[in-house]
Structure formats: structure tokens, C-alpha cells
Write a protein that binds this ligand. Structure first.
Ligand SMILES: [Zn+2]
Length: 215
């Protein structure tokens, strides 16, 4: 079996998504770009995350689908993101509660916390409604994702991206957490957003200076 460690990481990410309550049942999906050639690995359609194994992950290279199961129905969405965003190495799609509430209300998740500016890099916009699994959905999602790390799908859910699976998962976690904070702060009288300069500075610091990376 090829790409064993990446398959394993996809299963662990999918399980974390389920255990954190970002999806219920078998909704949502996770993928990663292949490290050595065009193509991706993606979770199979409609399979229990807690019993999923690395062998169940589906390999997609061009039109070839390699594996024992059908890939996630949102495969076109994942493929469209990898095509338009060479910087993206992994995609996580959830139906988390508060983010989906913003997607239903058609309102962006605002940049009201430092971590939202750092990890997501701007407000999360809502792509107009298109049926799940359609190429129309893939097209609008990519357009509204733009250069950011997350996008909302109207009446549907959230997509987070990152350089790797950890980052894509973190984009989903922070977008969902910020949606929760925004909803609560709104009940307490409202919330003010960070400005474009502050967002840029926080994002740059996070990308290039945060953590243990030394020059
Ligand atoms: Zn979905």
C-alpha cells in the first residue's frame, strides 16, 4: 500500500474531527495532496470514522480512482482547491454547528480574535448555495476561499485548508471557535473587528516568526 503514513494521518485527522464534535455521523471529509506527483488521498464516502483504517482511504490520480471504496462525494471540491491553491497541502470539510449557523445566515465569520487573524488570515466568507457534491459548489467555494484558509458553504458547512493536515484541521477549529465567540459576543452587545493592518501583521508573525523555526 502506497503513502502509508499520509493515509494514517488522514484517518487520525478524520477521527479528531469526529471526536471534537465538528461533524456528526459520517458527514464531512478529509484529503491530502500527494507529496510526489499530481493527485490526492481522500476519505471514502459514508464510512464510520471510528472504524476507518488507512486501507480505506481512496487514492485519486487524474481520472483514476484507486481503492476498494468510492471517494467522498465532495471530491470535486477538494480537487478544485488543490488546482487553484498550490500552497494548500490538505483540506478538511466539517458541518460544525456555529460555523454552519453563519453559513445559513449568510454572514461572514468576523476577525474578532488574534488567533482568527493568525490562523485563518481574514473573515470567512460564505460561498453562494450550490448542491453538495456538484462542480458548481467546487467553483464557488474556490472563488470565495480566495487566498484565505477557510470558506463557508451556504446552507451546508465549513471548509478549512492548510499546508498540511494539522493546519487544515486548525483552520476548522479556529473558524468554529470564532463563530461561537462572535455569536455569544453579539448577545452581550456586539463585537468589534481587527483592522486590515492588524490582521496582516498577526498573520505574518504567525506564518514566519511563530514557533521554533529559527533563521
Ligand atoms: Zn458537507
Amino acid at each position: 500500500m502506497s503513502y502509508v503514513s499520509l493515509r494514517r494521518e488522514i484517518v487520525l485527522t478524520a477521527r479528531e474531527m469526529f471526536n471534537q464534535g465538528l461533524v456528526r455521523g459520517t458527514w464531512g471529509n478529509v484529503s491530502a495532496r500527494l507529496p510526489d506527483k499530481p493527485g490526492l488521498l481522500i476519505t471514502p464516502s459514508g464510512m464510520d470514522y471510528l472504524t476507518m483504517t488507512p486501507e480505506d482511504i481512496v487514492l485519486v490520480e487524474g481520472d483514476a480512482v484507486i481503492g476498494r471504496w468510492k471517494p467522498s462525494t465532495e471530491l470535486p471540491l477538494h480537487q478544485a482547491i488543490y488546482e487553484k491553491r498550490p500552497d494548500v497541502g490538505a483540506v478538511v470539510h466539517t458541518h460544525s454547528l456555529y460555523a454552519t449557523a453563519f453559513a445559513v445566515a449568510g454572514r461572514p465569520i468576523p476577525v474578532i480574535t488574534e488567533e482568527m487573524a493568525q490562523v485563518v488570515g481574514g473573515a470567512v466568507d460564505t460561498a453562494p448555495y450550490a448542491p453538495c457534491g456538484s462542480s458548481a459548489l467546487a467553483e464557488v467555494a474556490v472563488r470565495y476561499l480566495n487566498r484565505k484558509q477557510a470558506v463557508l458553504l451556504a446552507r451546508h458547512g465549513l471548509v478549512g485548508v492548510g499546508r498540511d493536515l494539522k493546519e487544515a484541521m486548525l483552520s476548522c477549529i479556529i473558524a468554529e471557535k470564532t463563530a461561537q465567540i462572535a455569536a455569544i459576543a453579539h448577545m452581550m452587545g456586539g463585537c468589534s473587528e481587527l483592522g486590515p493592518d492588524e490582521i496582516r501583521e498577526l498573520r505574518d508573525n504567525y506564518l514566519y516568526k511563530y514557533g521554533q523555526n529559527k533563521e
